[in-house]
Design a protein around this ligand. Sequence first.
Ligand code: ATP
Ligand code: MG
Length: 395
Amino acid sequence: MEKVVVIRFGEIFLKGKNRDYFESLLIRNIKHALKGVQHTFSRSQGRYFVENFLPDDETEIIDRLQKVFGIHSLSVAEKVATRADEDFPEIRASLADCAQKIASERAAGKTDKLKFRVTVKRADKSIPMTSAEIAAALGGTVLQKGVFKVNLNDFDCEFKVDIRENGFSFVYTDAVAGAGGLPVGCSGRGMLLLSGGIDSPVAAYMMAKRGMTLCAVHFSSPPYTSERAKEKVVELRNIAEKYAGEIRLFVVPFTDIQLAIHRECPSNFMITIMRRFMMRIACRLAEKYDCSALVTGESLGQVASQTVESMTCTGATATLPVFRPLIAFDKDEIMAVAKKIGTYETSILPYEDCCTVFLPKAPAIKPHLKAVEKAESVLDVEGLIAAAMENIEEL
Ligand code: ATP
Ligand code: MG
């Protein structure tokens, strides 16, 4: 039996004149996601179709498509001959199979009949019946199973028949949810501050979901942080790329900056000042790589460096808008997303992060910007940044 994956897109319908642009990005991203898997792709009547793939690849194709933002839902349909002149024998056979499957899955042990409807879309206008007439006729096949009754408005299951041109129809029932959101590429470019923790990969996912293309910067403090900590960040980037498309990753040597802060500044401002350096360097990298915003995994009140006052002090050094998509998320909620997208297991690997090096005993929870600026003024900020920028490595 030949199978077809039917793809429906969501929000981009709303975008009026920009629709062609959004669709071209979505199609590009779908093709990118399916690279290396044999298939053909086509579009018609506000849907996309993936056909001619090997039966063994079906699960892989669904899995990859479920990570493409802008897709609302997917169905695996059976492709059969239409043959309206013969009263649709192949469509009826396929519908009967679907109905049988649903009956054995859902009707067992129930006294009430399952409410259903058949919905027909008819691209082939040569058939001398309306879509509603065809649906009513085909409903008989489902009713024959004895456990169904028609309800057009309030139904437990919907049988869909797309009558295409060229004598073929697609028959299917359930849809699997797509990733939602907007196609990556439609919402500008952002520079993600990617640590090895749980939060920042989730922040990447959230921004990609709204269509943002990402680059990433990681601050590393060898020899206090290990090569394995860096590999972990690369792995997190690789997982995030399944959703976000290509993410260029830049690693900034941060040891000298941390040592200078540790040596010269009061320890309670250590973290705040460190973050101010991260922001400044991230902004410069962002400008270099054509990004117009920063993205962090900060969540309000999660730790001392994420109070309103702390974020005011760090944000003050940013010359670009800072997006913090997790700002109002609880840790539980962030962890749930991390598990869903597959970054959690990597994030919890116990390798040191530069932030845990020289961790002060009592970080300021409500730092004052003026006091922080004064504490920082003993440093050669420009010199330290320039030295770090000279040794950036792309992974
Ligand atoms: P995460 O799970 O993302 O590490 P966290 O709870 O550990 O978050 P912090 O360590 O306070 O929080 O970091 C807050 C944010 O600052 C991170 O989400 C990330 O965006 C950025 N950040 C922290 N450390 C680094 C680093 N070494 N390199 C790049 N960005 C970092
Ligand atoms: Mg962290």
